[in-house]
Design a protein around this ligand. Sequence first.
Ligand SMILES: *[C@@H]1O[C@H](CO)[C@@H](O)[C@H](O)[C@H]1NC(C)=O
Ligand SMILES: *[C@@H]1O[C@H](CO)[C@@H](O)[C@H](O)[C@H]1NC(C)=O
Ligand SMILES: *[C@@H]1O[C@H](CO)[C@@H](O)[C@H](O)[C@H]1NC(C)=O
Length: 452
Amino acid sequence: MRSHHHHHPSLSLCTRAHQIGALALVVVTFLLTRSLDRFSSFSHSDYIPRTFSHSTSHLFHAGALNWPQRGYGDSIQLRIYVYDESEIDGLRELMRGRDGHITPQACLKGQWGTQVKIHRLLLKSKYRTMKKGEADFFFVPSYVKCVRMMGGLNDKEINQTYVKVLSQMPYFRRSGGRDHIFIFPSGAGAHLFRSWATYLNRSIILTPEGDRTDKRDTSAFNTWKDIIIPGNVEDGMTKFGGSRIVNPLPLNKRKYLANFFGRAQGKTGRLQLIELAKQYPDKLESPELKFSGPNKLGRADYFDHLRNAKFCLAPRGESSWTLRFYESFFVECVPVVLSDQVELPFQNVIDYTEISIKWPSTRIDTELLDYLQSIPDERIEEMIVRGREVSCLWVYAPETSPCSAMLGILWELQRKVRRFHQSAETFWLHNRSFVNRDLMEFHSWRTPVPLP
Ligand SMILES: *[C@@H]1O[C@H](CO)[C@@H](O)[C@H](O)[C@H]1NC(C)=O
Ligand SMILES: *[C@@H]1O[C@H](CO)[C@@H](O)[C@H](O)[C@H]1NC(C)=O
Ligand SMILES: *[C@@H]1O[C@H](CO)[C@@H](O)[C@H](O)[C@H]1NC(C)=O
């Protein structure tokens, strides 16, 4: 612009000033409209239901998930290498136990099924690469939560097996583990591997558990490198189109204001709910559930009860995250989180005030029921509609479906892609060779390697 000369400087200056002024106005209007747009999506402390001009929520934009608008790039471009169980000595044990007796099928069910589902989805993924040299990430499969539950490995064996496995991975060593992905699907998170802090402190951990105050006093979750994943909801409930084990009830057909179905496990919040339900049996349904016997609920019974309230209370259990939060969306009750330390998935794109309530766990009493009762049905309906739209993000469907938990995870991984991952013990030479302190090429780093 500056180098552009003009014969009539005064005239041209005026014209240009006008042009710039007009342009600035356009830009300001555009930005203002956008920020107002955004503001409106956060401001609904009044319970006036907003009308939906289109069926999409703020999660979606022009029919597509709005990850791209959050600075994640235009499209997913990942290359993920998935280690094979026959390639690394010990991986098989982490997946099937010391005797190889535990089947992946057995580990697929229940709230920890994510460790198998994500692995399987990655094996079929178009983002999978067979070449380690070109991989952005390396996925280390392990079904260790399940294997431990079924007696396939004890804590000591798990620790030793992980260390053995990692010592055989030169690429893990090259990056100090920074480009390696692990799943820990339970409340214990990475603590399942006792020496995780020494070995996995730099790796990307996929876990539903983001509690910073866990029992060991050293949190295994780090906001900036780890990814919170949704819990694994019963497959029979996540289908769409009326074919679920149990379908949602219309709001006016629901008998209770709120409910909680779970074992008390001696936890304060849960015990308080069970007591509260005795005081207000017509508002709150919360029987003490048992592992077995007549008070144990079957799958269909459980969801049948769950759908019979407007609000589903999700109190803290052994750990902060609770599967009940995710289940709520499939019977379409509004989840009320009573777990102060909870971390929820995909917080870059989901505004949780749209679809849920979080209430202090220190105020579980009559006040909570009074508050819930004060919420108009229109607002509840509105939250349910939004929740229905978001719920596809809790489903571990193939990446080809337009919206799924897997797609969410891939977007989160996309943001972590780097051209370069290296560690304090990684060095490189003029000819792109990565070497260690002894100038030995990383491919020939001997096992067991000292890890950073
Ligand atoms: C885990 O295993 C490694 C290697 O055998 C060992 O050095 C470490 O002390 C173990 N950690 C725990 C907590 O037992
Ligand atoms: C993990 O690494 C970070 C940064 O390197 C460090 O501050 C933190 O103490 C480590 N955590 C544990 C549990 O060792
Ligand atoms: C890179 O250079 C080092 C030092 O000159 C040499 O030892 C090594 O063999 C070279 N690597 C390759 C892949 O050419």
